[in-house]
Design a protein around this ligand. Sequence first.
Ligand code: NAP
Length: 340
Amino acid sequence: MRLLILGGSAFLGRAVAAGALAAGHEVTVFNRGRTAPDVPGVRAVRGDRESQEDLARLAGHGPWDAIVDTSGYVPRVVGDAVRALADSAATYVFMSTINVFPDWPAQPVTDDSPLHDCFPDAGPDDGDYGTLKAGCERVVARDFPGRALSLRLGLLLGPHEDIGRLPALLLRMADAGTTRTLRTLAPGDPSSPVNPIDVRDIADFVLTAVDQGLTGGYMVAGTPANASTYGELLEACIEATGSAAELDWVASDFLQTQDVEVWSELTIWIPPGEVPWETDTSRAEAAGLRCRPLRETVRDTWAWLAADDGAVRRSYQPRRPHGLTAEKERALLAAWDARA
Ligand SMILES: NC(=O)c1ccc[n+]([C@@H]2O[C@H](COP(=O)([O-])OP(=O)(O)OC[C@H]3O[C@@H](n4cnc5c(N)ncnc54)[C@H](OP(=O)(O)O)[C@@H]3O)[C@@H](O)[C@H]2O)c1
């Protein structure tokens, strides 16, 4: 199979490139060469997806069996790529998000739930992330008719994560007893659910989906059979890093009275009663989606971060700050100790 990845050097796109190469496919990546080095073995075409000339030049490198668009966020920009490449590939796989559903996270959603209302030529200021992704889905379906596939992804983790979530938890555990205290704030209850998906499982599903000629919309997130808990996630981080961290579970009600951000500072944690982990992946599972255990994702992410004698870890630059600073963690634990 011949694949073109729009992006392909960072987190998810990188996993798709590596997975496709490992499965024996031919991979072209299209990016500006700024964010990260390409996976060895791909054919790289340099260019900017916001340039019509670069897209026209890219089309000359085809044809492909499928285009995998991991880097599309704005309908107008995605539309330009779709039209420039319409005669160059059989299928267009758009990496979307569960945020396309306005009902989520307040209510459980299915693949057939309504999407945000966004016109297919919207610009960057015409909506928030989920709304614009819904517009992107529409322009792909309109201009690649009958050959478009949208994968609505849940939380992604895995090696090469550039967002900073799982790395923040791993680095916290690794630093326990050296630059951080052994006593480690753990939010809420160890039995709180978590159900992320490993980018490598998405990569496998992309290949399966293209092979089967799937079209339409599929939710691709952690499957119910793979559901885990926040306690297991932290224990897996402790095990992977060989840490002696001592978890101190701090009640959710207390944390919600404090000046601390859930999800980012309290990484990957949300207060109980919200439903973001309950995702209906039945359609994708029927088509072949399989998820590896969270412990494996955590172990391999640490193996990547700790590689080269810690060189990767030392140069790690997350896209956004995640995790508690040592000072804030100390202050929260002191307030927790001092509670009435
Ligand atoms: N993280 C999550 O939990 C989550 C959840 C749901 C859905 N998603 C979706 O998953 C996808 C993540 O994709 P990703 O990890 O591969 O990262 P990404 O940030 O979407 O893509 C980065 C790649 O695109 C290239 N790129 C960026 N701007 C470009 C431009 N103007 N022209 C050409 N290439 C460009 C970058 O290389 P250069 O900078 O070198 O050009 C890099 O290779 C996104 O679509 C996101 O919406 C993520």
